[in-house]
Design a protein around this ligand. Structure first.
Ligand code: KIV
Ligand code: ZN
Length: 390
């Protein structure tokens, strides 16, 4: 690990435009990809994986244009372990101020069986292809796909080969979302301890969410020494998705007391990019999604609303402004109490005496029993009726 990585900085590698876009149906247009890349750069993402240049002419064009327009972020392209792929990737990323080639091969027994390579044949291929990438670019990332289901001794062997061939980042993918937090940490720790040269490079974690553990697995890997997290906005990605950028970044910010690591992300830009990615990918964010879901900062129950009105920390561990929201949303419904109704009406310009509030509250509850949510307009109508009754 390099000096800076030994410290507390965790690099954020966003792969929304590559692994995220691989999600069936999430294809984005050229202009949309450029727009998202600009937003990622502006929010402080360290590395943007812009696409898979050999995959199509369109992917190639998007990666090259993102590279040409890049400002602060490293721009990375993905390539299989083949000279042609790597050359094509380099052609696309070379325009960036800071280019990176990412090359990978499946190392688990299941994945080795596909090209039908022996362990030795695959080891040679890794040496050749990583060396080739390093001859083109100073910044090379290598991934043993399905690392979490690869035999440990073989994983150590191929990681060592990749480091010797010039890889500067070793990414450990949990390709099928199979690992669990303790195992994720143990794997990174084992690699750092056993592989010669491990202290010269950055270890990265790349988790999928098939068992809903991608965020926990990524954070466990960081605690064990990984200093790059691969993730996507809204957790977009194949099957159950990838680690969600907003979750790992906010977890490291909110629980810095027990996970003393920092990222360079401007968290106030999270909500905006989340909405934009949802819109361009056509994948809406579930209401109760951590950090960016519609209900993540919304409260309906009377006890919660009362607590929130007295002290927001009672029921919120983050401030909505920290993720780019202007305020907490007190949703008016049948679970809401008198204090929230009074506060809501005050916002709408109605200051009520206790006896007036008592009367309006009864009508409000009757209405809330008939409607899932009582909107501002409903309350205004209720108040208009109350005033005309007088
Ligand atoms: O999940 C995975 O293994 C990948 C690699 C290509 C890094 O996305
Ligand atoms: Zn992946």
């Amino acid at each position: 690990m390099t000096d800076s990585a030994k410290q507390d900085q965790v690099l954020i590698f966003d792969t929304t435009l590559r692994d995220g876009e691989q999600s069936p149906g999430a294809t984005m247009t050229h202009d949309e990809k450029l727009e998202i890349a600009t937003m990622l750069d502006e929010m402080g993402v360290d590395i943007i994986e812009a696409g898979f240049p050999i995959a199509s002419e369109g992917d190639f064009a998007a990666v090259s244009d993102i590279a040409k327009n890049s400002v602060n972020s490293v721009i990375c392209g993905l390539s299989r372990a083949a000279f042609g792929d790597i050359d094509r990737c380099w052609e696309a990323v070379k325009h960036a101020a800071q280019p990176r080639i990412h090359t990978f091969i499946g190392t688990s027994p299941l994945h080795r069986a596909i090209p039908n390579l022996t362990q030795d044949e695959m080891a040679d291929k890794i040496h050749e292809t990583v060396s080739h990438a390093r001859n083109l670019c100073d910044n090379v990332q290598w991934s043993p796909m399905d690392a979490t289901r690869t035999e440990h001794d073989y994983l150590c062997r191929v990681v060592e080969i990749a480091i010797k061939a010039g890889a500067t980042t070793i990414n450990i993918p949990d390709t099928v979302g199979y690992t669990a937090p303790r195992e994720s940490a143990d794997l990174i720790r084992m690699l750092i301890e056993k592989v010669p040269g491990a202290d010269e490079i950055i270890f990265s974690t790349h988790c999928h969410n098939d068992l809903g553990m991608a965020t926990a697995n990524s954070l466990a890997a960081v605690e064990a020494g990984a200093r790059q997290i691969e993730c996507t906005i809204n957790g977009l990605g194949e099957r159950a998705g990838n680690t969600a950028l907003e979750e790992v970044v906010m977890a490291l910010k909110v629980r810095n007391d027990i996970m003393p690591f920092k990222t360079g992300i401007d968290t106030t830009k999270i909500m905006n990019i989340s909405r934009r990615v949802a819109s361009v990918s056509g994948f809406p964010v579930q209401y109760n999604k951590a950090i960016v879901g519609k209900n993540a900062f919304a409260h309906e129950s009377g006890i919660h609303q009362d607590g929130m009105l007295k002290n927001a920390e009672t029921f919120e561990i983050m401030r909505p402004e920290d993720v780019g929201l202007s305020e907490t949303n007190l949703v008016m419904g049948k679970h809401s109490g008198r204090a929230a109704l009074r506060a809501k009406l005050r916002d709408l310009g109605y200051e009520l005496a206790d006896n007036q509030l008592k009367d309006v509250f009864v009508r409000f509850k009757a209405l809330a029993d008939r409607k899932k949510e009582v909107f501002d307009d409903d309350l205004i109508a209720l108040m208009t009726d109350s005033t005309s009754d007088v």
